[in-house]
Design a protein around this ligand. Sequence first.
Ligand SMILES: [Zn+2]
Ligand SMILES: [Zn+2]
Length: 346
Amino acid sequence: MKAAILEALDSITVKDIPEPVCGDREAILKVHACAVCGSDIRIFHYGNSRVQFPAVMGHEIAGEIVQTGREVTRVKQGDRVALGADVPCGTCYWCTNGMGTNCRINYAIGYQFPGGFQEYMVLNETTLNYGPVTPIPGHVSYEEAAIAEPLACAVNGLELASFGLGKSICIIGLGPIGCMMLELADMYGASKVFAAQRSRNRLRMAGQFSRSARFIATEEEDLAETVMKETDGEGVDLAITTAGTVKAHEDALAIVRHRGYVNLFGGLKNQPKLCIDSNLIHYKECFVMGSHGSLPVHHQTAVNLIAGGHVHAKQYLSRTFPLSDIAAALAYHESREGLKVIVKPS
Ligand SMILES: [Zn+2]
Ligand SMILES: [Zn+2]
């Protein structure tokens, strides 16, 4: 079978490798769609402590179960399932208390476990016991189901930040996850939605995901000034940064309302450290927090939101590439011309 092997930094090759063998407590998934994520690009260029070469990346996956081990009961042959990325170990303090995103081991598909940029992949025992393996309703395509993974991260980000009905929000960064948060904010009946993005192209694409948002092109308009002016100097209940930049984090702290939440959702990679005036937090009595990844329950919610038509998954799918063109798929993602890029191994 074909697999895209990451052999070293900036080196990915599609190769013929033996098909995986199914253990008694494992299942084999035929991958039908695997979306490219920003974190795949980061691994590709900079590596990751959880990824050992040679590796198979890809964690936004949907496919069909083609084989199951004797002892497997969770899935059966012919099941269509979507996978999330983070797999709780199931035994540490965090996992046994429902907080698997803080797992001491922090397993993830496409990291320690081989991912979806290959024709067939193993769902190992830990994944089948504790991981995000969600059945796909018949009317949802594999491509749509694949992007339940980033949507699950968006759901976790809003939930952990205590976002609720009728609150106000500013989403800084309108890549695919920012756009998903736009759709979620409307679903929450947000009182006011600000959505900020530097590049005009991304801003234009985001327009289709919200009727009510006040879009801010940060190249032309000062984000903090605009938000404060248009909220009568109050700020927003939640400022969430899907763009991992120091500036985004600074803006978020400046525009959060008293007793509001700042979720530093986008991690900073290869950038200077954030230097903040702690008095901002002190006097606002605001909550500055972070979130990353998702739990299996968020993945289930994400599939439900897509299946119910609440999140318009089809509108995120910009281009599809065969596995043989993996390098082009990664490059297209990096060009930021589209939203989600799908790789189809079969
Ligand atoms: Zn992802
Ligand atoms: Zn754990």
